[in-house]
Design a protein around this ligand. Structure first.
Ligand code: ZN
Length: 663
């Protein structure tokens, strides 16, 4: 599929798992302030140290995990980590005998100084420093005294990490994973960063600047500082990738940059941690998303899911694989039903869940529970057996929602709109309405790749460049639909205010005119609908059915000829359409379950119509929830120039896959 990605790591091929264990993870747990997750029993402590024992590999085999991720280095220093490496050697060997690929975990910036400094005294100069020159500690809630963060702009740290990576490569690991691959929320003021920023400004702003300390979102120096940080992270990761690939191009490189701006981390966090998933996706072979708060479930009847993140990731990685690490808020070990749902959600994108095992966590690792293994064996076994329906798939989408990074970085941060709610509301509405959509970023507009969509949504995309405006004008003129809201195009990409909407001609209304909302208009052959208010934000925050109805009518107005999917499925069922040569794949995931009793609330008789480009040979359904393949009766319907295949899904427990074979 993609030449630059090792063939074994593509979407559809990987069934991912992970075990944090060995003495390094016990030490990290204690010195890294995760001790609250330990079950304080001698046996649990012993099991933690001895997690990488051969019997554990039998579990992996049983549940069809084929790619496994183990702790190789936590930042204690090369000498101090020797015993862990020796303990992994036989584990790695046995995994390879079972054809299980093993990825080595390293921390991208961690220094546990109590063992690191005696081993590497020069490392005192590798640390990230705050503006007063004090070392920056790791810590989400409060600084952890034993855990420093090294600076990715320090070449000596990069060289040290390469030595550790080399140890892993020489031992025969199949890939390298870097954890904590994002910047600290507060900047680093070490001499490397200061000098590098001066040079950056000399080139960009033609003057030398010091690292700023206070945000000013419209100030070119602050903006350069934010861009500089994005570049810094990218450069560090690119350097690691180059090093790994020059040793062996078949090795997989992946890292934890948390995930797209759709997860638990709001806009400010994305900006201040320099997480530009779209850019970072180009550096990884498999994207790794740490998605916690969005673990798939219903909350007061509302769908909480990773659908947005997965859509964003597929588009950012141009179809690369995604492994999502999910845990329930509070980190309670997952139940079998939760495991099924999480795997199903990832599978509906041909991606993989990461079965996350942390030995010392409250209760034993998930894979030591027979019920979890049974659920996982069923689901991973299903995806292994039916691998050909998951490889080489592409998304079907009628609509593109633009995620605008300048709008997030400058406009949203300036207003403390932490999760860019206008955009999230439109994503949620499209999911609830079962309209197939992609989430695209600024770059996709500039590349004029809009033509495959019937409509574009600009959810208060305040900051947009002149070039993008022209691309959008051309798209609408040629019959593309457009929905835009609020202050869309009122600023340029550097947050400089325009006198009028850059897209005023297309909207048919200027920013100073009295605005009847929503305003329908036509531009060239395309239909346009402009909302003066933030209807997406309203829907996101209040979930009012009136707002959803209004968005539905807007979509019906702008999508020429109707959507690719028409269904009676409830909002608690997610349907994803993918295509392969000669096949359309309809994935159905049911989120409706009673969390307490673990009881699924099945959905019956879901009517589905899918637009098909050619004649249909047959339609059938498979599922890990039952054994036999079911042939589905189908009917062909014609609507104007389009042709739909119509069928009924009799029963959906957690996950069904419908295959429409084309002639
Ligand atoms: Zn620095």
């Amino acid at each position: 599929m993609r030449k630059e990605v090792p063939p074994w790591s593509i979407r559809g091929k990987v069934r991912f798992g992970q075990l944090y264990s060995g003495e390094l993870d016990l030490a990290k747990g204690i010195a890294g302030s995760w001790e609250w997750t330990f079950k304080k029993l001698p046996q649990v402590i012993m099991d933690t140290v001895n997690g990488y024992r051969p019997e554990f590999i039998e579990y992996l085999k049983d549940v069809h995990i084929n790619t496994f991720h183990v702790t190789f280095s936590n930042g204690f220093g090369i000498e101090a980590e020797k015993a862990q490496r020796e303990c992994l050697r036989p584990f790695l060997k046995k995994c390879h005998q079972y054809n299980i690929k093993v990825i080595a975990y390293l921390d991208s910036v961690n220094i546990f100084w109590t063992s690191f400094f005696p081993d590497h005294p020069q490392a005192k100069d590798w640390l990230q420093l705050d503006k007063d020159g004090n070392p920056i500690h790791y810590g989400w809630l409060k600084p952890v005294p034993w855990r420093y963060r090294a600076c990715l702009n320090n070449p000596n740290w990069i060289n040290y990490q390469k030595q550790v990576i080399k140890l892993a490569i020489d031992m025969g690991f199949d890939g390298i994973y870097l954890d904590n691959a994002y910047l600290n929320r507060t900047a680093c003021y070490c001499s490397c960063c200061r000098d590098k920023f001066k040079k950056y400004c000399r080139e960009k702003l033609a003057k030398e600047c010091d690292l700023p300390t206070e945000p000013n979102w419209s100030d070119p120096i602050w903006q350069s500082f934010i861009e500089f940080r994005y570049e810094t992270l990218k450069e560090g990761l690119i350097e690691f990738r180059r090093y790994i690939k020059s040793a062996n191009p078949e090795l997989v490189f992946m890292f934890n940059a948390l995930g797209p701006p759709t997860t638990m981390f709001p806009a400010t966090d994305q900006t201040m941690r320099a997480i530009d998933t779209y850019a970072l996706a180009k550096i990884a072979d498999i994207l790794y998303f740490e998605l916690g708060f969005t673990f798939p479930r219903l909350e007061n009847g509302r769908l909480i899911s990773n659908i947005e993140s997965l859509k964003y990731g597929i588009s950012a990685g141009n179809g690369k694989n995604i492994a999502e690490k999910g845990y329930m808020p509070g980190r309670i070990p997952l139940t079998p039903g939760q495991v099924k749902l999480a795997v199903a959600e990832a599978l509906s994108f041909s991606c993989t869940f990461n079965v996350y095992n942390f030995s010392c966590q409250e209760a034993q690792p998930m894979l030591e529970k027979a019920k979890i293994r049974k659920a996982l064996a069923k689901y991973y076994g299903f995806s292994e057996k039916n691998e050909n329906y998951y490889i080489g798939t592409e998304m079907i989408a009628d609509v593109a929602v633009l995620f605008s990074r300048p709008t997030q970085d400058w406009y949203c941060n300036d207003r403390e709109e932490h999760d860019y709610p206008e955009r999230r509301g439109f994503d949620q509405a499209l999911i609830d309405l079962h309209i197939p959509f992609d989430i695209i970023q600024d770059e996709a507009i500039s590349q004029d790749s809009l033509s495959k969509y019937k409509a574009l949504i600009l959810p208060n995309v305040a900051c947009i460049s002149q070039e993008q405006i022209e691309q959008i004008e051309r798209f609408v003129k040629r019959s593309g639909g457009l929905i835009a809201t609020s202050e869309t195009s009122l600023y340029d990409e550097n947050y400089k205010k325009r006198e009028n909407f850059g897209l005023a001609r297309v909207f048919g209304v200027g920013c100073k005119e009295e605005r009847f909302t929503p305003k329908k208009s036509e531009y060239g052959k395309g239909k346009v609908l402009f909302y003066a208010q933030n209807i997406g934000r309203d829907y996101w925050l209040k979930q009012k059915s009136g707002d959803l109805k209004s968005i539905k009518e807007a979509l019906e107005w702008v999508i020429e000829g109707g959507a690719s999917l028409i269904t009676t499925a409830p909002k608690t069922t997610f349907i994803n359409l993918l295509k392969q040569r000669e096949r359309i794949l309809v994935h159905l995931v049911n989120y409706n379950r009673d969390e307490k009793s673990e009881r699924m609330i099945p959905v019956k008789n879901i009517k589905i119509q899918v637009k098909v480009p050619v004649r249909v040979r047959n339609v059938f359904l498979i599922s890990p929830d039952f054994e036999a393949k079911q042939n589905l009766e189908h009917e062909i319907m014609h609507k104007e120039q389009d042709q739909y295949v119509k069928f009924i899904i009799p029963y959906l427990e957690t996950y069904n896959l419908v295959i429409i074979k084309l002639l």
